[in-house]
Design a protein around this ligand. Sequence first.
Ligand code: NDP
Length: 453
Amino acid sequence: MSDYVNEVMDRVKSRDSDQPEFHQAVAEVAESVALVYDKHPEYRSAMIFERIIEPERVIMFRVPWMDDQGEIHINRGFRIEMNSAIGPYKGGLRFHPSVNLGILKFLAFEQVFKNSLTSLPMGGGKGGSDFDPKGKSDNEVMRFCQSFMSELFRHIGPNTDVPAGDIGVGGREIGYMFGQYKKLRNEFTGVLTGKGLKWGGSLIRPEATGYGSVYMAAEMLASRNETFDAKVCLVSGSGNVAQYTVEKLLQLGAKIVTLSDSSGFIYDEEGLTPEKLDFVMELKNVRRGRIKEYVEKFKNAEYTPVDPALDYNPLWDIKADCAFPSATQNEINEKDAQNLLKNGVYVVSEGANMPTTLDGVNHFLEAGILYAPGKAANAGGVAVSGLEMTQNSMRMPWTREEVDHRLSLIMKNIHKTCVETAERFGTPGNYVNGANIGGFLKVADAMMDQGLV
Ligand code: NDP
């Protein structure tokens, strides 16, 4: 680690000692920014990175709601408005019991660079709650969403801050929150993305993150004159990102053999098919069941429950060519990364945010595999959210083909930025530096232009 990185990390850790995920995200980007500072001391004197790591604003609030039995619950709501140098704050809302300030700060921080990479005018933000939608009735979820929005509406707006979905927040939750916002403000605007198609949503938004992650991997493979044809792929998660990753991989001729949820994973040696994916979508999006049910329906597949005694995840210990972590942060630790490499995986595209620990990332970089970090690989989701905002402003929807075409162009462009930037800063093939620096430069220049604010 350079002196500069040590200095930054000391400051971050002493200020917010209880935010390990935020430290991890900052440490990774700081290594890349140190390369920029060597060439551009003007950013250092303006303390650009030191300003980026401090949120412009943090909003934290009480979210009281009543369950179906009449009992009262009090959750905590957050919105981190991280950086607005290149556009309104933009980033998802996460509803999961693990949510806290440090996790949302790491996500908001990553979002700043990701949004910049899309080349669309979007700043970075993130928010959510420690509310757990699992096992709640639709009415309970609705009452929670209404209570959450009854405070959040004061802080957001189509030109200020435009939230979207993330873990635990899909079309249902966006619908309830949009309804409450509209009632409180008495206006119909594009204040949230991921909306339903009949009320301002964009075609391809549900698919965008998964499709984008596969487009990114396809670009990486193309750089070695390869395609997905017959490639064996590991996918984790079984939510929005995982489902559409599988859909696009199937279209491109790959063989997908795993899916997971927080209880365990399935291994289907014969590979998923469109029919099996339909079953998973119904299971997860309608019945809200567990992935274990996959093996009850498809008898040749195996289910492995999570074993907390293990210091690795057996999902990542299967022979394959490509891996698409699409569940959550730090789901690939150092040992998992070693197992992936040992089993022949040479393409990793991160659908999830920061799914690999720093040690794991270092193994991928040392091995010289095609490794796309989350802020590049999963930027397709927010990119199509940006396109949803454009369509809302024009009050004119685009066709499926138009949006998908724009998404694939944006992913190609992100790939190109990563490759060219990594090379320009002396680390060819290092998509981590490419993404971090590519995202940083645009935000840094905007901050320089706008003065000390
Ligand atoms: P969903 O809520 O739709 O699905 C999340 C999936 O990950 C579920 O299968 C869930 O299992 C699993 N999961 C969640 N937390 C854990 C955990 N702690 N341990 C193991 N498994 C877990 O979320 P998304 O698919 O939208 O998000 C997945 C990832 O992609 C996240 O990292 C998110 O930040 C990232 N992402 C999402 C974007 C989007 O557009 N939705 C955009 C960019 C990034 P279970 O049901 O058991 O909890």
